[in-house]
Design a protein around this ligand. Structure first.
Ligand code: NAD
Length: 602
């Protein structure tokens, strides 16, 4: 039954589709149409998950009216059966009937699972293929393996696109998927993506490996597959429409890492400075897995977070003296030959906000805590000439750090008797909803309190300090400053501090609002929630000075000299010619519209 694959391919090559297809769900036609309507202008490529409808056949006439209103957009009809990971409880014959009807009412594309294609008669499949652009898809909800076997199975059937969706159980699975896409996209129109939190690399970079498009959720809470990213994030944070072969890849690596605001901040910095780069959250369960991706993708730079800040030191080709002394590295640069160089920008994250307020030489500074952040503070502040005191819940750790950093150990019982210029909280006490403070009110005998905890901004310690009219240095400033140094090491450009502080402040505000609102998993309306995000991203793109930008961010602070090693190995900001050349979107849309109209007339 199979016609030559080139004939099928030529049918659809005229499609110039947007890179992001938004999967839209809804229990009835009105809800689904309302959601699609709120998205279609920004993103004229939508998958309607008919399997989420209680009665797909009944809903289709209403959907027809919506399709007719949007000839500029491309729609995929999907009615995935429950046995294949969808919601449709009917038989394969019933699924086929829904897709046939969807084709007849004007859907230009339909998605059929491989198992369904295998179950229907050849002439029935041919009939569907004659009516509509066909996507044969295959999902593996457990792993990324045997991709070539799955492709061979799909390739037995005529299709305009072959879609392979696997599950990333580690970061390297993304490399497997992207190599697979590179191998097959020359001969077939391919769509490939890894599901799961660890599949983010393929969701953003799959398009440059040969995936014609990728899937996105309408919004958080409306994911139709694990790890699906909201379309607004793919577009505004990861700038997926700009990703090309020249795009440099960076990321924050840790376990866990989903909570990190670094992607929001660093991608905003890349966008503002027109650096052709993307920054991803890399959930690395092992350092070995991470390092394989660093070399194979390749990844040009990493922000290291827990639990790898120490372990990475053993892998590095070299690092600066302070990083070695501290024994922790939060910034990695990959040189052209694949060698890794390490830096510790947490030091600048602590010293720069303080230097903007007081002379560090001779300043009396108490650090509470003796972990990674405390170490960066102790060595960094000593190097600036400060008199550093350390206290900690476990005295032995504080004593050891004091010895190494040539600081002074202070018993907790003696803290209240002393006077300081600055007290730094380098413990996690006060994070999240915690009502605890690492110190009591009587112990706050200081001009400044620097709480490294930045989520929430108003910790119990910060509130206590404000009540005593002590000046507060917010933890957000450390976060922005350490990220700014990373940006400078990687790109050689001054970091856009105001933009970075702005987007993180907004993200924290949004998180706080979302926590308070406690929305249901599938909210009823999309427009209301998507508006604030769109507004934020629009504002972020504008160049006016921001309100609500932190004090430090507003100041043009002195920049630390970036090491020669970093300068040599950094990827430069060249926005690729390819990106500039790629024609205006309108051309693609016109082509898609024409194709859609032609297909509907059939
Ligand atoms: P870490 O785990 O290496 O060290 C934590 C320290 O806090 C240890 O000395 C531990 O003994 C002490 N501690 C933990 N729980 C405590 C408790 N209940 N009471 C008293 N002491 C306690 O962590 P880290 O990497 O040093 O980070 C510490 C905190 O600093 C983080 O939780 C984070 O909030 C903050 N931080 C902020 C930034 C930023 O950019 N603003 C960067 C790094 C760290």
């Amino acid at each position: 039954m199979r016609e030559s694959s080139s004939a099928y391919a030529s049918r659809i090559r005229r499609f110039r589709l947007p890179r992001v297809c938004i999967a839209v769900v809804g229990g009835d036609a009105a809800t689904m149409v309302e959601r699609a309507e709120s998205l279609v202008r920004d993103n004229p490529f939508i998958e309607l998950r008919l399997d989420y409808l209680s009665q797909p056949q009944v809903a289709l006439p209403k959907i027809k009216a919506f399709l007719e209103l949007h000839p500029e957009a491309t729609f995929i009809a999907t009615c995935r059966r429950a046995v294949n990971g969808g919601k449709f409880k009917g038989s394969v014959a019933a699924e086929l009937a829904v897709l046939r009807k969807a084709a007849d009412i004007g859907f230009p594309l339909a998605d059929l699972e491989l198992q369904s294609a295998e179950a229907v008669k050849a002439d029935e499949l041919k009939d569907l293929y004659d009516r509509v652009g066909l996507i044969i898809s295959c999902h593996d909800f457990r792993a990324t393996k045997k991709l070539d076997d799955q492709m061979a199975a799909m390739n037995k059937y005529p299709a305009d696109f072959y879609k392979l969706v696997s599950t990333a159980t580690n970061l390297h699975d993304n490399v497997v998927m992207m190599k697979f896409l590179q191998a097959h996209s020359g001969s077939h129109e391919m769509v490939g993506v890894c599901m799961g939190e660890q599949g983010i690399i393929s969701r953003v970079l799959g398009v440059r490996a040969g995936s014609v498009f990728t899937f996105a959720a309408a919004m958080r809470g409306e994911e139709t597959a694990p790890g699906q990213v909201p379309a607004s994030e793919l577009r505004d944070i990861y700038r997926i429409e700009m990703v090309d072969q020249a795009t440099q890849v960076y990321g924050v690596a840790g376990d866990p890492v989903a909570h990190s605001l670094s992607p929001v901040m660093m991608n905003a910095a890349f966008r503002r400075e027109a650096v052709n780069a993307v920054y991803l959250a890399l959930h690395a369960k092992t350092l070995k897995d991470l390092l394989a991706c660093v070399q194979e993708i390749p990844i040009r730079g990493l922000s290291m977070t827990m639990p790898y800040k120490q372990e990475i030191l053993e892998i590095l080709e070299n690092s600066d003296a302070l990083t070695k002394q501290i024994g922790a590295c939060n910034t990695v640069v990959r040189g052209a030959g694949g060698q890794l160089y390490g830096f510790n920008t947490d030091v600048a994250g602590i010293t720069v906000p303080l230097e903007q307020r007081l002379h560090l030489a001779g300043a009396r500074i108490l650090i509470v805590g003796a972990g990674g952040a405390a170490r960066a503070g102790a060595f960094g502040l000593k190097a600036k000439g400060a008199e550093v005191f350390i206290t900690n819940r476990t005295p032995e750790k504080a004593q050891a750090l004091a010895r190494q950093a040539k600081a002074k150990y202070l018993k907790r019982a003696d803290v209240a008797k002393q006077q300081f210029d600055v007290i730094i909280n380098a413990t996690p006490v006060g994070m999240g909803a915690s009502k605890q403070s690492p110190l009591e009110e009587k112990e706050l005998n200081t001009k400044y309190v620097f709480d490294l905890v930045y989520n929430p901004a108003e910790t119990p310690l910060v509130k206590m300090a404000r009540a005593k009219e002590i000046q507060v240095v917010p933890g957000l400033e450390m976060f922005v400053q350490q990220g700014a140094r990373q940006f400078e090491i990687w790109t050689g450009k001054p970091a856009p501090l105001a933009e970075m502080a702005y987007v993180v402040t907004k993200a924290l505000e949004r998180q706080a609002t979302e926590k308070v609102t406690e929305e249901p998993p599938v909210p009823v309306r999309t427009a209301k929630r998507s508006e604030p995000r769109a507004a934020v991203s629009k504002a972020a793109r504008k160049s006016e000075p921001r309100a609500a930008v932190s004090r430090a961010a507003k100041k043009s602070e002195p920049r630390a000299a970036v090491s020669k090693a970093a300068k040599k190995s950094e990827p430069r900001a060249a926005v690729s010619r390819a990106a500039k050349k790629s024609g205006p979107k309108t051309v693609a849309r016109k082509a898609a519209k024409k194709q859609a109209q032609t297909t509907r007339k059939k």
